[in-house]
Design a protein around this ligand. Structure first.
Ligand code: HSE
Length: 438
């Protein structure tokens, strides 16, 4: 039987999970791939510590058990790339730095498949990496990079190869969803819920990428590339996080029959693509509103096969590793690269000009006629109001929100401009504008 040898670069949470599954499943993987898949090498800066922490055989680690300097690790990685007997590299180091970027390029140039969970690298610097993969026919596996355990990459690229994705909507960051669920279910404020997410081991010590929408944005860029064949520049994607969501926003959402979720959204219409990561008010009868805790969910609307939902774990050692191993089996079995073509002539819709029903929450001075002033400005911009909430009166201020029929953000911004022009000090805070997802 043909051998298929694998090396892992980086043995942290995910890399160790890959090692465990490869060691545990070696018999099953033979049946599934037709090859003897063997983990032959691991490069890690701290072999003894990692081997003991994750209960892995020390003899798999390069360097005979002693800690490696970065230069030594780099030397071992070069040797692995050049080694004809190693068939595939798993990259689980993480980050977007130049050193790692070069590892991707060098390995793919050498014709070696690379499998990774590194969404940040692929979303921010993926162009050259995908090009090198295509040019050299070396597979780049990234099932684990989008929603950890959920096989959404394979579903779009293979399962729906005979279809077109019209709309993607999903919850792709478990930490944010955990926080929003705690705020919703237990009435906690953002900071307390974030602390709980950190204590539960979901949020990173620096949770910025999670709560700012950046991590979800990386995943959306990859899904857009896969679904629509276009490369959306991560830095140009509209990304808003959940840091400013307050308890009162959740109350207003509930009043409207919605939960607030951090939604990754993309829709292709008439050759144009609208894409954004934003907190949205999701109607209770949209199943995304029911996805709670750290769970991820991707919803697809396809042209021919209709609606589909994929729900599962978006993070975790073995959960993410399972997707990496599935890419390894795919590479061993088929050994070819699926081309990831990128169209260059497409237009990203200006987010200000895309229509959604919106909910706008106003915090204003409290005096007779204030609701009229605000709603008149909205009407003057030809925005049709669907409902206006109860006013919540505080000391000298009132909070109220209104839900609109589909309109653009540009119209809403102009209406707010009208309010400010008419009564300069009446708005006490920036209005909170959230799309409503039906
Ligand atoms: N930190 C991410 C999450 C998982 O909370 O979903 C890795 O992208």
């Amino acid at each position: 039987m043909e051998n298929f040898n694998v090396a892992i670069l980086g043995c942290g949470t995910v890399g160790s999970g890959v090692a465990k599954i490869l060691l545990d499943m070696n018999h099953e993987l033979v049946d599934r791939s037709g090859k003897k898949i063997t983990l032959v090498k691991i490069v890690d800066l701290f072999p003894a510590k990692s081997a003991s922490a994750y209960n892995l055989p020390l003899n798999l680690f390069c360097g005979g058990g002693k800690d490696l300097t970065p230069a030594e690790a780099s030397q071992y990685i070069d040797e692995i790339i050049a080694d004809q007997s190693i068939d595939l590299i798993v990259e689980t180091i993480g980050g977007t730095g130049d050193f790692l970027f070069k590892v991707f390029i060098d390995a793919l140039q050498a014709g070696k498949p690379v499998v990774t969970a590194n969404k940040a690298m692929l979303a921010e610097r993926g162009s050259a990496i995908f090009e090198t993969s295509n040019a050299n026919g070396a597979m780049l596996g990234f099932e684990a990079a989008v929603c950890g355990a959920i096989p959404v990459i394979r579903a779009i690229s293979d399962g729906f190869a005979g279809d077109k994705v019209v709309e993607i909507s999903g919850i792709m960051n478990g930490t944010s969803n955990y926080i929003l669920t705690k705020m919703q279910d237990e009435g906690l404020d953002f900071d307390t819920a974030l602390k709980m997410a950190q204590e539960a081991g979901y949020a990173e010590a620096d949770p910025t990428l999670d709560v700012s929408g950046g991590d979800a944005g990386h995943k959306l860029c990859l899904l857009i590339k896969l679904a629509y064949g276009v490369e959306v520049d991560y830095n140009h994607l509209l990304i808003e996080g959940i840091q400013n969501i307050k308890k009162e926003d959740i109350d207003f959402a509930n009043e409207l029959g919605c939960n607030i979720k951090l939604i990754c959204y993309a829709r292709k219409m008439n050759g144009k693509i609208y894409a954004a990561v934003k907190p949205m008010m999701v109607k209770y009868d949209n199943l995304l509103s029911k996805v709670s805790g750290a769970t991820n969910c991707v919803k697809l609307e396809n042209k021919y096969t209709g609606h589909h939902m994929f729900v599962g774990k978006g993070a975790g050692s073995l959960e993410t590793a399972g997707s990496i191993v599935s890419d390894i089996v795919f590479a061993a079995k088929y050994g070819y690269s699926k081309k990831m073509n990128a169209e260059s002539d497409f237009e990203l819709v200006d987010p200000d000009n895309f229509e959604f029903p919106y909910n706008i929450t106003f915090s204003t001075a409290d005096y007779p006629g204030i609701t009229g002033l605000v709603t008149t400005a909205i009407g003057d911009e030809l925005i049709n109001i669907e409902t206006v909430s109860h006013n919540r009166h505080g000391s000298n201020k009132t909070l109220f929100s209104l839900a609109t029929m589909p309109c653009t953000l540009a119209q809403i911004k102009r209406a707010i401009g009208r309010i400010r022009a008419k009564a300069p000090n009446v708005l006490l805070d920036e209005p909170v504008i959230l799309p409503i997802l039906k």
